[in-house]
Design a protein around this ligand. Structure first.
Ligand SMILES: [Zn+2]
Length: 257
């Protein structure tokens, strides 16, 4: 079947991509502005030891406790979320990332009926359960936004069967080493908004960037800062704007039911 060949190519491509670097490390690289902001201390022209001795003497003289001048290691950089652009929208780098939850190996037993989608599927493709089993209000909002934006909204993932979600979770545990670490990216079948048909992962920077700026007027909101491609319906956003995003799914109370 053409579909299954295309699907296999997609999976092979994703496996190759997944082998290059775990998404968590991709995210870490975005912390670079923090570390590169530290300029190396210039020591060439100033003799260091006499200066340190003078500082120690001075601090001792004014009654300070032991000076932590040279031997204390720098505190670790906290695992903060990736930086946002000044407007509060995710950076282009983040929007361009592929959903890591879909970079795994495919099980041939699972197919389109479980929510797999071929490359290029759009929000208009009702033939695929991943699209047709989405909440009708979410699907309608996405279609209206797509029309108004003049952008075809391609879908990486929409509704998923519990079996598909379980498979993704198993793969994430294998990739990240523990269920706790995997929970930052993949929910359980019982808690995933994909399984209930309430979430969609879009492909492509244009659609994601457009919705990041205009989605609220359709009730379409990004929910997790580490998943800028993931949108859910928040009807109240039409009047009040989208709620504050969670850093990642582990901060979402729905994931702790
Ligand atoms: Zn998602």
């Amino acid at each position: 079947m053409l579909e299954s060949r295309a699907y296999r190519r997609r999976i092979e491509k994703r496996i190759r991509v997944g082998n290059t670097a775990p998404p968590s490390l991709v995210g870490m690289s975005l912390l670079q502005p923090v570390s590169t902001a530290r300029r190396p201390v210039r020591t060439s022209a100033v003799p260091v030891l006499p200066v340190l001795a003078a500082v120690v003497a001075l601090l001792t003289a004014v009654g300070c406790s032991a000076p932590a001048v040279a031997s204390t290691p720098a505190p670790p950089v906290p695992a903060s979320p990736a930086p946002e652009t000044p407007g509060g929208h995710p950076s282009r780098e983040r929007l361009a990332q592929d959903p890591p939850e879909l970079r795994g190996r495919a099980d041939d037993a699972l197919d389109v009926a479980d929510g797999h989608l071929p490359d290029g599927a759009t929000i208009a493709d009702d033939d695929y359960p991943a699209v047709s089993r989405l909440d009708p209000h979410l699907r309608a909002a996405l279609r209206a936004a797509s029309t108004d934006a003049g952008i075809e909204f391609r879908v990486n993932s929409g509704w998923r069967s519990p079996a598909y979600q379980e498979q993704l979770l198993d793969e994430a545990v294998a990739t990240y080493g523990s269920r706790t670490a995997a929970a930052r990216w993949v929910a359980t079948p019982a808690t995933s908004p994909h399984v209930s048909g309430d979430a969609v992962d879009l492909a492509g920077y244009r659609a994601t960037a457009w919705l990041a700026g205009h989605g609220a007027r359709y009730g379409l909101c990004q929910v997790f800062r580490n998943e800028p491609w993931h949108f859910e319906l928040r009807p109240g956003a039409v009047e009040r704007g989208c709620p504050r995003q969670y850093a990642d799914p582990t901060h979402d109370p729905r994931m702790h039911r």
